[in-house]
Design a protein around this ligand. Structure first.
Ligand code: FES
Length: 86
């Protein structure tokens, strides 16, 4: 049974490990190539697991692995709400 690493994008440990073995060893690169971290949770669940996999396969400490920049989701706000906050 495949171990799911990114539940939002349905990515398995094997898929992420294949990328790492190809030399893709940053969270940003893995995110761009696989969509890991682009799901509904924005990587809250999978980023740590992917960092641990990178660490496991490269020997680099997890503390030295750089996390992708977090951007808050944009939500439309009705003008009425903004007008009330004057
Ligand atoms: S579990 Fe990976 S983006 Fe949500």
């Amino acid at each position: 049974m495949a171990k799911i690493i990114c539940r939002c994008e349905d990515l398995t440990e094997e898929e992420i490990t294949d990328l790492i073995k190809q030399g893709i060893v940053t969270l940003d690169e893995i995110k761009r190539l696989s969509r890991a971290g682009m799901g509904h949770c924005q990587g809250r669940t999978c980023s740590k697991l992917i960092a641990q996999l990178i660490s496991k396969h490269t020997g680099k400490p997890v503390s030295e692995i750089k996390y992708p920049l977090k951007r808050p989701p944009v939500k439309p706000v009705p003008f009425g709400i903004l007008a009330k906050n004057k």
